[in-house]
Design a binder for this molecule. Structure first.
Ligand code: ACO
Length: 370
């Protein structure tokens, strides 16, 4: 038995939800480039869960369901108010999502129908939880979801306490489309491992949030913004990157286990970053990001991943850095829950083996003789 570090190249499941072939990402067979330009996040969630794009009637019904499920239990809001305001936002989100299960009487109902409803419910409630957490941490009261609004619109409305402008809504919606699913990424795998024991969907999503939090995965978008803040100006980029490379430190937002010739999602976020900067007459973050890309790609051959330009996009939308990874979680909830439903459909416990490298043939010595 020989282990493959990080399971690189190991095919651990079959899935019909999304695929990466020759650097092309598809959701249910649709190229991400086409979806990013034309689809809305609600259409994508439907596509991931049910396998086809919704008709107008199906989309309307889904939007109604999302709207009706968007409120979160008062008890969860009360708990969130007790969390330390300085706690890591992803840790707070992980706790709040775990708590949602306690107030869902169907949490352990394992029928397909109940699990589909819980998938929609989780998708509806995540934005409410993230917006409420953000407001509570600033000492503000959470705002109730608005009926009939889309996920992107509702999230910004609940976050800012006012109607968001349509440019911000469209930019966030596209970012949600781009982050919705990504084959067997670390958090999705964590979610599938959890529910493969026939544990419930809330446990699966809670595990996935824990895995997404790390800077080698979803936490990279926040780390990219920290780096841009630390650099501070376009003029300081070159020396900063040279120092990082000299110390052999990783540059967040670059590299990918699967894509070696570039992440197809990055160019969409790069374009959005440029458009938002131009609109605001301030392309500093975009210019700094482009310079970093030139240096890293030129010197290390590494290309930006989905997290790199999303940092400047979210900042230009006026969203605080600590919410970047929670927003990723809002989007990826669609993919996580689609994978969880798929796992339940044809389940077998996920239980690989380990290559043992420890001591052998040890003889027990009683404690007073050691
Ligand atoms: N900066 C500098 N060097 C890098 C980077 C980077 N961002 N990424 C990879 N490398 C180098 C490694 O140091 C290593 O070099 P070596 O062989 O000389 O030791 C080589 O490239 C291979 O890198 P690994 O870390 O072994 O690649 P792996 O496939 O295990 O990891 C990962 C992929 C985690 C994405 C890695 O590229 C990384 O840490 N990137 C930065 C964090 C990041 O942006 N994560 C988000 C990924 S996208 C997502 O999850 C949403």
């Amino acid at each position: 038995m020989t282990a493959t570090k990080g399971l690189e190249g190991v095919v651990a499941a079959t899935s019909s939800i999304s695929s990466i072939v020759d650097g092309v990402l598809t959701y249910r067979g649709y190229d991400i480039d086409e979806l990013a330009e034309q689809a809305t996040f609600e259409e994508i969630a439907y596509l991931l869960w049910f396998g086809s794009l919704p008709t107008a009637t199906e989309l309307q019904a889904l939007r109604r369901d999302l709207s009706s499920f968007a409120k979160i239990p008062e008890q969860v809001i009360a708990q969130m108010k007790l969390y330390p305001k300085t706690a890591n936002a992803m840790a707070a989100l992980r706790s709040a999502v775990s708590s949602l299960a306690l107030y869902d009487e169907a949490a352990d109902d394992m029928s397909r129908e109940a699990n589909e409803i819980k998938a929609v419910k989780l998708q509806a409630q995540l934005p409410t939880v993230v917006a409420a957490l953000a407001r509570i941490r600033k000492g503000l009261e959470p705002i109730e979801p608005k009926e009939g609004a889309t996920i992107a619109e509702n999230f910004l409305y609940m976050l800012w306490g006012k109607e968001p402008d349509m440019v911000s809504v469209k930019a966030l919606d596209t970012a949600l489309v781009l982050h919705a699913d990504h084959e067997l990424n670390a958090s999705t795998f964590a979610g599938r491992v959890t529910v493969a024991t026939l544990s419930d969907i809330y446990s699966g999503v809670t595990s996935a949030i824990g895995a997404l939090k790390g800077p080698l995965h979803g936490g990279a978008n926040e780390a990219v913004m920290k780096m841009l803040e630390e650099i501070g100006s376009l003029e300081a980029v070159e020396a900063f990157i040279a120092g990082k490379l000299e110390r052999r430190e990783k540059i967040m937002g670059f590299g990918h286990r699967v894509y070696k010739n570039g992440d197809p999602r990055a160019k969409h976020l790069m374009k959005m970053s440029h458009e938002l900067g131009t609109m605001k007459n301030d392309t500093k973050l975009y210019d700094m990001s482009v310079k970093i890309e030139e240096l890293i790609t030129g010197q290390k051959g590494l290309k930006p991943n989905v997290d790199f330009y999303s940092a400047s996009v979210y900042t230009q939308l006026g969203i605080e850095r600590e919410l970047f990874t929670p927003i990723f979680a809002i989007s990826r909830t669609s993919g996580w829950t689609a994978h969880i439903l798929e796992q339940y459909e044809d389940n077998r416990i996920i239980r690989p083996r380990a290559e043992y490298t420890g001591l052998i043939e040890q003889k027990y010595v009683p404690v007073d003789e050691r």
